[in-house]
Design a protein around this ligand. Sequence first.
Ligand code: ADP
Ligand code: MG
Length: 353
Amino acid sequence: MLFSTEPKTSLDELFDREAEIERFRSGLNERLVLVLGIRRVGKSSLVLSVLNSLGIDYIFIDVRKLYDNVSRKVPAERIYNELRMSLGNLSFWEGVRRIIDEIDVSLGPIRFRLSASRIRDGIAKILEAINNAGKHVVLILDEAQYLRYSTIGLRPLLAYVYDHLRNITLVLTGSEVGLLHDFLGINDPSSELYGRYYHVVELRPFDRGRSIEFLRRGFRELGINVDDRVIERAADELGGIVGWLVYFGRLYPERGVDAINEVKEIGANLVRSELEELFSRSQYYRYIMEAVAVLGRAKWSDVMKYLMARVGERPTNATLSRDLNNLVKMGFLTKDGDWYGIPDPIVRYAVLR
Ligand code: ADP
Ligand code: MG
């Protein structure tokens, strides 16, 4: 069903994305694939649907789920446990079970806090065992930008997999486009992954026509007749991020047209914690986002003017440029020529509220 809120897991549930499906498929012969796009645009759905259709073994780790809001860390033992739990689905699990049980035993109950290096060692051993089984396996680190909060340095481990465990293809998904690059350090000579080739699949929001088509098809599937004007308004106000369109499709049968406002309200609440976390990282982020939200789209000089009027002080040019750049890297802003914009209308709505 098009309006199901879980990530899609099969290609016949997936709307559009033919080019991205093909691009992802061809990447599976490479060592490292990055699936990039803002949240709710359909990254997990793409990855899971394609892998299921090919019948390739995969290990799926949702890194965001491992993030601990209190310590603001991704604890190493959570990574180990999550990896360990996900192995049961492998087609050759029985063949590696004994050796992996031994690794478990050698680490002891993980609750007796082990040093980070021992846990990393354990993870490496598990991956070696998987690799040595001789079958192609895809290791997916979903929302991998959260790995930068990991309590163990994972870059050396990923570099080890990249260089030596040739049966394992690494797939990292992430909304924070630039930070993913920063985490991997692909362009940073001091990074273990420096200079490695990687294959990029970029997912963009649907354009207006696709969004409208998506909603029409979803309602047809439900056997519900919805006025074209409502569908167009929903597409205009919610934009082309499929997660919000799904939400609207779910609420419409109960709420009618009000569902548009409700998605905005609920959506704004959902993104608010992301925004608060963001705003805590630099004093100007809040006002920069506000400037672009108020103006609809804005040039560097517009943002500077807004900040001076709003905050009553002038950041240095370098500070403003750096902050704008970071917001683009994190996917909160887009840059088109000289113009900055907010790609997610719900984020814009949340900032203005
Ligand atoms: P992401 O991983 O980028 O956050 P998800 O894959 O979780 O996004 O998708 C968000 C929502 O949109 C889910 O409800 C999912 O079922 C739906 N969805 C994503 N891509 C598609 C698609 N191509 N066709 C139909 N529904 C989709
Ligand atoms: Mg996802």
